[in-house]
Each structure stands twice: as structure tokens, then as C-alpha cells.
Design a protein around this ligand. Structure first.
Ligand code: FE2
Length: 612
């Protein structure tokens, strides 16, 4: 039995090292929770203050954690636990017969004891300033020695709690199934037995009305594997969604989240506002930001190693800065990189709150949301850390027929977006392929000239070295099978992908041929689809191949996002901006009238009859 355990541990270590090298692993996965032991030291201490957070109703706050250790070392670290009780007394083993680990849950964040304090190793006295967000439960802080690979629990702090841990938080807007419907989804600690969830909303300055909300949650049993089912599990609370209907195009609305308790009192969030979507085909300036692979990061510097995901804060902050000139955001997969550490979904929704509570925040499904062996995902890897899509499809609304199949279309004024789910089969003959053709073919291009295809993995063209090394290809194997014909037939202006963490733009390309030279200005008839990769949202950058393929027009090894501006029915401006400064580093304009879209190019028109 002991021998088997050692084999298992060795396997974990090997896999752990391999995945760290990939650069898209969750920092919390570095902590060997299963190996934690107790080595309490009476003279060690940890103290956190203040003990009550959010006294002004805010959903994030700061604590000061002071600690001392008689035998300090550079390996010492502080783990933040929530709920505050985290010993094995409160968790069940995954398999009958197993003993639960001493720590039954991962911390929600961690920091080394000597962070910004080189003297700790000598004095044994340290102090950390940490930001906490409201996550429905209380917190405690634990001092460990032994590093992350062999944690020894030395001392535990007092408890800290938000004033109202159950408060409604982190609203995220999403387009509904029709153009004049906005959905708002949020998280709270109130079950439907305790309180009735709703949204109070209306025209800015006008009468406010109430709309009911539906409530969802999910359990540990709906996770597919570890760590989501084991040390990464954390109760997600309750996820509420309300449907705000019959909106007036472009009108400004205000809203706030409410819960009516059984005793008749109300709990309110703060007030937010949004602008309703334009009527499909409406001629007005419309601006949509698209990127992938952002992740989350801690502003207090915790959880950090290398520069992993810190750049997600550049992207988030830049988008907040220019929010006045953004109408919608599409985050095409690899959202939080929670990777089975469920607490991180709260951190992610908190990080994007200023954006997502103001403009629709539409999502796509990525490998880090969905993939798990034997769970029906197209790829049988373990990239979701056992989540197998459940947190994503519960915590974010998308106007899909079935949120477990995360493909859908959404219109925004002169744009039609067809969003595919690369983690499920898209090839000809599948249900998803039928959807893609339906989405592309059903748009009236005289009213909505700008047709955009979106997906997480690169179904088009990428010169990333990852595809070269792993697959010897320029994109997902079978990625273009059948789809390239659809993009050409239905004259898709842009195909936008993530997954590769950098920026790249191709010439207008069809079947490996530049139908037109790459340019900053395309005029006249449609020739072929331009492919763009904008996966530099924040996760560690992906290098390019050494050689630049003939079809690769612009590459940038940096963090950034794209912004599409429909100026009118004839002019689309595409911009690529770096997250670090918000400046434009690549751009192009498509100038095209309806008759140019109708005109034929290669393989995109039916044969006309010769009859007279
Ligand atoms: Fe990905």
C-alpha cells in the first residue's frame, strides 16, 4: 500500500513539474495539500485585523496579517483559508477507504512570509497586507513552514469576516436571446428558501420596476474529477439570473440587485447602469472588444510566480479605462484559469466586475473551462481541473439553446457574431456544424454587413511554435475541415481565435492561399476571410515559430486585445491594442458596400442559370 502511495506521489510530482512548465497551470496547484502535516509551535503566532470587513458595504477589503515564527525560513508561507475551518474534520474523502488529508481544502490564496521583507529570515517577524473579496464565508490565515511541497502547519490566526458575507455581488451582463433583452447574473449566499432574488431596474432617472431572477447552484458531485472534486472544491453559493426585457434601443438603464428576506426586509447591492443594445442593422457607431485567455491576478501580489497572469490586470485595467468607448466585450475562452480551484471563479468575477456590470460580457468555452477525460469534451485532456464546464455554464449566461453546448449567435447592431465551442465536435455532420452554417447563412448582410466567426482554439491559421512542436501544423488538426468552405461561402469578414497567447493577423486567406495581399485597407468585394488570433489577454505568452509563413501579415509577442468598430454599413475598423498602454499597434479598415458583399469571388456564389 505504501509503495503504491509513493508511486502515486511520484506521478503527481512529475505531472506537476510538466504542467508548471506549460505556464497555464493554476498557482494554487503548486501546494501539495495532500502532504500537509501539523507541526504546531506554541511560540508562533498569526494575527489578522480588522476582524470585520466591508463596513461600507464594499465587496473587497484589506487585512493586515502579522505573524512571528521562532525558527523562520525563506520557505515559510501564509495561506488564506475560507471557510476559516479547514482541517480534515469537515471534509469527506474522495474514495471510500481513503483517509482525508489533514487539510481538506486548498487555500484561496497564498504568499511567502518574506514577501517584501528580507529581514523575516532573521527576525521571524512578518507582516502582509492582503486583499480579500466577499466569498460568502469567513477567513483564517495559517503560517506554514516546509514550502509548498511539504507544508507543515505552524499556527492559525483569528477569524475575519465580511459584515454581510451573503451579500449580492459581481453582476455580469450578457445579451439575451433577442436583441432587446439584457440578462444580469450575480452571486450571493442566499438560497431561494431564505430570500427571493430580483433586479430593480428602469430607464435612468425614470420609474424603476422589478424583475424576478432564477437561481442555480452546483455541487461537488457535479464536478468530474480532482482538484475540483477534492481540495479545489469550494461551495459556489447561489447564481441568480434575471431577464430584463423589451429594452429601448440605446437607452440608458440603471439597476441594482435585491433579495427579499422572509421577514420582509431587503438586501440591496449598489447601483449599476448599462446602455441597451442597438436594433439589429441600426446605423450608429458600435464598438466590440474581443480577446481570449485572460485569467485573473491578485493585486496584492499573492499567488504569483514568474509573470503568470499578472498581465490580466493590464488588460482589465485598460478596458476599464476605455469603458466609455466600449459597447460589448467577448472573452473567447480560457476565462479564469481556475482549473478546478473553485474559489478562483469569485476572484475572476470580482476582477471583471467594473466591465461586466456595465457592458455585456459574452464568453466562449475554452479548454480550461471544459476539457476532462471521459466527459464528452472533444479533447480528452485534464485542462479544466475536473470542472468539465459546469462552473462556466452556471456562472455565465449565454444565449445558447443548451448552455452545456456553448455555441450561440448574438447580434449587435451591424454585427453578427457566430460563437463556436471548440471543446465540442464542430466537424461536418455534427450538431454544432449545423448551427454554424445556420448562424452564418441567416444574416441579412444589407442590414448586418459585418459577419464575425469566433472560437477559442485556432481553427484557422497560426504560426505559434506550440502548434509546430505539438502537432506539426498551423492550427488545430481538422480545424478547417468543412469550416473553411462555410467562411468562404458566407463571406465571413473575420475569424477570431484565442488559445495561443499572442497576436497574429493573416492576409485574407482561403485554402492556404492569400487571395489578396495583407493590407491596412481592404476595399471593394469580399475575397477571403482574415484570420486573427487575440489570445494575449493575460496568461503567459506563447512564442512564434522562427520562420514567418507567407500568410502571416502581422505578429506581436505581447499582451493585448482587439477592438472592432463598425462606423457604418460600409466601414469596419479593426484595431489591435497592447494591454500595457492601450495604444494601437496594428489596424486595418474594410470599406465595402452591400453590392461588394453580393459580388462573387472564389467558391462563394452559386452558379447562375444560363436561361434567358
Ligand atoms: Fe486555451
Amino acid at each position: 500500500m505504501a509503495a503504491i502511495r509513493w508511486v502515486v506521489l511520484a506521478y503527481i510530482v512529475v505531472i506537476g513539474c510538466a504542467t508548471i512548465a506549460r505556464g497555464d497551470e493554476q498557482p494554487l496547484s503548486r501546494i501539495a495539500i495532500e502532504r500537509a502535516t501539523v507541526a504546531a509551535v506554541d511560540s508562533a503566532s498569526v494575527k489578522a485585523q480588522p476582524t470585520v470587513l466591508g463596513l461600507k458595504g464594499q465587496s473587497s477589503d484589506w487585512v493586515v496579517v502579522e505573524f512571528s515564527h521562532p525558527k523562520p525560513s525563506n520557505d515559510d508561507w501564509i495561506g488564506v483559508f475560507s471557510p476559516s475551518r479547514f482541517s480534515s474534520e469537515i471534509c469527506q474523502p474522495e474514495y471510500y477507504g481513503d483517509l482525508p488529508p489533514y487539510l481538506c481544502t486548498s487555500p484561496i490564496k497564498f504568499q511567502y512570509a518574506n514577501f517584501n521583507n528580507a529581514d523575516y529570515n532573521r527576525s521571524g517577524k512578518g507582516l502582509l497586507r492582503l486583499q480579500l473579496i466577499n466569498q460568502r464565508e469567513d477567513f483564517s490565515f495559517a503560517l506554514f513552514s516546509g514550502g509548498l511541497s511539504a507544508p507543515k502547519l505552524i499556527a492559525i490566526s483569528n477569524k475575519v469576516s465580511f459584515q454581510n458575507p451573503k451579500a449580492p455581488v459581481y453582476p455580469r451582463l450578457a445579451q439575451g436571446k433577442s436583441w432587446n433583452e439584457m440578462t444580469v447574473t450575480w452571486t450571493s449566499g442566499y438560497s431561494i428558501k431564505e430570500a427571493i432574488p430580483f433586479v430593480e431596474w428602469g430607464h435612468k432617472g425614470g420609474n424603476q420596476m422589478l424583475s424576478p431572477a432564477g437561481t442555480l447552484t452546483f455541487s461537488r458531485n457535479s464536478m468530474c474529477g480532482s482538484p475540483a472534486r477534492t481540495v479545489g472544491w469550494r461551495d459556489p453559493g447561489y447564481i441568480h439570473t434575471s431577464f430584463l426585457k423589451e429594452l429601448w434601443p440605446d437607452s440608458l438603464y440603471t439597476y441594482r440587485l435585491g433579495h427579499r428576506l422572509l421577514d420582509g426586509t431587503h438586501i440591496w447591492s449598489k447601483s449599476y447602469s448599462f446602455r441597451a443594445s442597438p436594433y439589429p442593422g441600426q446605423d450608429s457607431v458600435q464598438r466590440v472588444v474581443i480577446f481570449g485567455d485572460m485569467g485573473k491576478a491578485e493585486i496584492d501580489g499573492s499567488d504569483e510566480y514568474g509573470n503568470y497572469e499578472q498581465a490580466s490586470l493590464y488588460t482589465t485595467n485598460q478596458l476599464i479605462k476605455e469603458l466609455d468607448s466600449i459597447d460589448m466585450v467577448i472573452h473567447i475562452g480560457d476565462l479564469s484559469y481556475a482549473n478546478g480551484y473553485l474559489s478562483q471563479w469569485d476572484q475572476f468575477t470580482q476582477q471583471i466586475e467594473p466591465i461586466a456590470s456595465t457592458v455585456p460580457y459574452m464568453i466562449g468555452s475554452g479548454n480550461h473551462e471544459r476539457d476532462w477525460p471521459g466527459s464528452g469534451s472533444f479533447y480528452g485532456h485534464n485542462d479544466s481541473g475536473g470542472e468539465c464546464g459546469v462552473p462556466t455554464q452556471t456562472m455565465f449566461y449565454v444565449p445558447a439553446e443548451n448552455r452545456a453546448k456553448l455555441w450561440y449567435s448574438t447580434d449587435y447592431g451591424m454585427f453578427r457574431f457566430c460563437i463556436a465551442d471548440t471543446e465540442q465536435d464542430w466537424r461536418p455532420g455534427t450538431e454544432q456544424y449545423k448551427f454554424i452554417e445556420q448562424c452564418l447563412s441567416s444574416v441579412d448582410r444589407s442590414k448586418q454587413p459585418w459577419l464575425i466567426f469566433l472560437a477559442h482554439r485556432v481553427l484557422g491559421y497560426s504560426s505559434a511554435s506550440w502548434y509546430e512542436i505539438m502537432m506539426g501544423s498551423y492550427g488545430e488538426p481538422m480545424g478547417r475541415d468543412g469550416l473553411e468552405e462555410l467562411w468562404q461561402k458566407y463571406k465571413v469578414d473575420l475569424a477570431v481565435f484565442g488559445h495561443i497567447h499572442s497576436y497574429e493577423r493573416t492576409c485574407p486567406i482561403y485554402q492556404n492561399r492569400c487571395v489578396q495581399d495583407g493590407s491596412n485597407l481592404y476595399t471593394g468585394q469580399f475575397n477571403a476571410t482574415t484570420h486573427v488570433i487575440v489570445g494575449g489577454g493575460g496568461a503567459m505568452l506563447s512564442p512564434f515559430r522562427a520562420t514567418v509563413p507567407y500568410w502571416s501579415f502581422f505578429r506581436d509577442y505581447d499582451f493585448g486585445f482587439s477592438k472592432l468598430t463598425a462606423l457604418n454599413h460600409s466601414t469596419l475598423l479593426f484595431e489591435y491594442k497592447k494591454s500595457r498602454d492601450g495604444k494601437v499597434y496594428d489596424h486595418f479598415t474594410i470599406s465595402r458596400d452591400y453590392r461588394d458583399i453580393m459580388a462573387c469571388s472564389i467558391d462563394n456564389c452559386p452558379r447562375t442559370t444560363l436561361a434567358v
